[in-house]
Design a protein around this ligand. Structure first.
Ligand SMILES: CC(C)(COP(=O)(O)OP(=O)(O)OC[C@H]1O[C@@H](n2cnc3c(N)ncnc32)[C@H](O)[C@@H]1OP(=O)(O)O)[C@@H](O)C(=O)NCCC(=O)NCCS
Length: 186
């Protein structure tokens, strides 16, 4: 499938709630997470604001349809991925990977120290996917206060804390590291 990944424009915001709702349909295959498919999502106004102030990329098919988006916010020297969603119809064609790569590339251009996110541990398109992209799952001792707060807020909003984890992609090679991770390679 032919598609591009580009920076989101203000006018893209209207399409993003439907994309997030459609993406969440995937959770219906896990009965204990099926409720996520019916959960409220941020509205277009929210996305307009995020497009203005933070970092949002969209994947767009050759015929102009928006397939998915990733939104992220820079906090100090890290880019935190807030949401990554690809519409059900477009899943499995590489858009999710390419969107994430756009965020990684931008972080490298800004010389940030890393990227962070929170996700489900045992959902195949979550933790395992991010691990293949070079993210490491953080132990409780490795959690920054910011990520602890994010995880606690998720529990307060009904997510099962035992199945959630925080992950980090390190973009700073250790000075003596002769084996850079894929994310550190040009
Ligand atoms: C996660 C998500 C954005 C991936 O988007 P996508 O366009 O389907 O992803 P891609 O086609 O680029 O595939 C990325 C990887 O995930 C794997 N994957 C995608 N869908 C999968 C599924 N349903 N089951 C298992 N693995 C899956 C692919 O095999 C691929 O693996 P690779 O690393 O070997 O290439 C999409 O599944 C989605 O929107 N999910 C619902 C919302 C969500 O979970 N968002 C992430 C919140 S942290």
């Amino acid at each position: 499938m032919n598609f591009i990944v580009r920076r989101a424009q203000y006018s893209d915001a209207a399409a993003l709630p439907d994309i997030e709702r459609s993406a969440a349909e995937l959770f219906r295959c896990d009965p204990s997470l099926a409720w996520l498919a019916d959960a409220a999502v941020p509205d277009a106004k929210h996305h307009q604001q995020v497009i203005k102030t933070d970092d949002v990329w969209v994947a767009q098919s050759a015929d102009g349809a928006l397939m998915g988006f990733v939104s992220a916010v820079q906090v100090d020297n890290e880019l935190h991925i807030q949401e990554l969603s690809v519409s059900q119809h477009f899943q499995g064609h590489g858009a999710g990977r390419k969107l994430l790569l756009a965020a990684i590339e931008c972080s490298r251009d800004r010389e940030l120290h890393g990227l962070t996110l929170t996700t489900f541990r045992d959902v195949p398109w979550n933790e395992a996917f991010y691990q293949r992209m070079g993210f490491e799952t953080l132990s409780p001792a490795q959690l920054s206060p910011r990520l602890t707060t994010v995880l606690n807020n998720e529990v307060a909003h009904g997510l099962p804390g035992g199945r959630r984890c925080a992950m980090r992609l390190n973009l700073r090679p250790a000075p003596s590291d002769p084996h850079p991770t894929p994310a550190q390679m040009p």
